[in-house]
Design a protein around this ligand. Structure first.
Ligand code: CP3
Length: 359
């Protein structure tokens, strides 16, 4: 990927999201929705009848089209490139299938440390370059309407899928590794971290204007495990990405960590380390307590319960306003506390966005 100076992207017209991420003043609270391009949209479901999940991810034209679907429909303040966190395990040589009604399945997970040798170290440009191409194309097609977010799964979350072979209510096998094979676990996490750093730098070079790191499996970690197996790698990712961009003389971009289900103490440690500009919180975290514990140097993103979208339109509106009023207009990005669910009413999405922008 050649330097971003050659891209000549259209000028950004709505920078609310980026301003809030950096702690600058905003005219209105910015709002976007995790998984905003997804199955609750009839146009996405229609598209999916024609194309397999990973071929959408791998075909820049397709990924771009799907990324733009929610932007055309709603008054959102950010877009997020259509992809999946599991493209990294794929690039490291593991087979990943998206099974309808089940979710992601890795038929040959890493069964024991001896099998770590099955993993290959990808060439990010070659093996994940398609994500960069999708980002560049989407930046042009967005015509500067809103910024484009790039993303990755965090090391522990990806390790979970690689060992467990899919989703799990306990992550027992992956979590057992942390006690049975602490050295090999750290080795695997470091291997994944190195890939993530190159992958995120590539995304920014391609045109990503912010980056989110999804630590979706933080809920399986107590403070001891978070401190050893998640936090150091999250911090390392942010520091190394920012310093590499600096070396390449590319302006850095706001970085968001979303450690879903992390304890208050774990969240507080992450906030105090100041490696991220924004922390995403799930719906179980109390907004007042989060503000108190995180301090005033960090922005917060979240956190309406995705299931609250099933209440009446009036209630969605009122609840969204209440949450936003509690966080306040400064250093706040409105979102749900996790990805939007596949059968969420469109009218709830509209009410949610309207409510946030009414403040
Ligand atoms: O709009 C967006 O947010 C961008 C697209 C996006 C997808 N996955 C598309 C997707 C993003 C940001 C992700 C991230 C992702 N993928 C995470 C982190 C966020 C989270 O939810 O914690 C995780 C854990 C995954 C892994 C994954 N991918 C799961 C568990 C599933 C199955 C559950 C589900 O919602 O179906 C997927 C599939 C997936 N990723 C879909 C979409 C639109 C649905 C699959 C389909 O279309 O058949």
């Amino acid at each position: 990927m050649t330097g971003m100076m050659q891209h000549n992207f259209p000028k950004l017209k709505n920078d609310r999201f980026l301003r809030a991420a950096r702690g600058e003043e905003v005219d209105k609270i910015p709002v976007w929705i995790m998984r905003q391009a997804g199955r609750y949209l009839p146009e996405f479901r229609e598209f999916r009848t024609k194309h397999d999940f990973f071929s959408i991810c791998q075909t820049p034209e397709f990924a771009c089209e799907v990324t733009l679907q929610p932007i055309k429909r709603f008054d959102l303040d950010a877009s997020i490139i259509f992809s999946d966190i599991l493209v990294i395990p794929q690039a490291m040589g593991l087979t990943v299938e998206m099974k309808s009604g089940v979710g992601p399945v890795l038929p040959q997970p890493i069964a024991n440390p001896g099998e770590l040798s099955r993993l290959k170290i990808p060439n990010v440009e070659k093996d994940l370059g398609y994500v960069g191409h999708a980002i560049t194309l989407t930046r042009h097609r967005l015509e500067g309407k809103v910024p484009l977010i790039g993303f990755t799964g965090a090391p522990w979350t990806l390790m979970g899928y690689m060992i467990q072979g899919g989703g799990s209510s306990t992550m027992a096998q992956a979590r057992s590794w942390l006690y049975k094979y602490p050295e090999d676990s750290l080795k695997l996490l470091q291997l994944i971290t190195d890939v993530i750093v190159d992958y995120l730098v590539m995304q920014v070079q391609a045109g990503a204007q912010a980056l989110q790191v999804f630590e979706s499996h933080a809920d399986y970690l107590n403070d001891e495990l978070f401190d050893k197996y998640s936090l150091p790698f999250l911090n390392q990712i942010s520091k190394r990405v920012k310093s590499k961009l600096n070396e390449l003389q590319i302006p850095d971009v706001p970085m968001i960590a979303f450690p879903k289900g992390a304890t208050y103490d774990s969240l507080e440690l992450l906030a105090k380390d100041q490696c991220y500009d924004v922390i995403g919180i799930d719906w179980t975290v109390n907004p007042v307590e989060a503000r108190e514990r995180f301090g005033s140097n960090i922005s917060i993103q979240g956190n309406m319960d995705p299931c609250a979208m099933y209440s009446t339109e009036k209630e969605v509106y009122a609840r969204a306003r209440e949450i936003a009023n509690t966080f306040g207009k400064s250093r706040y990005i409105a979102n749900l506390g996790h990805g939007i669910l596949p059968d969420t009413p469109i009218s709830s999405v509209e009410a949610f966005i309207r409510a946030i922008h009414s403040i």
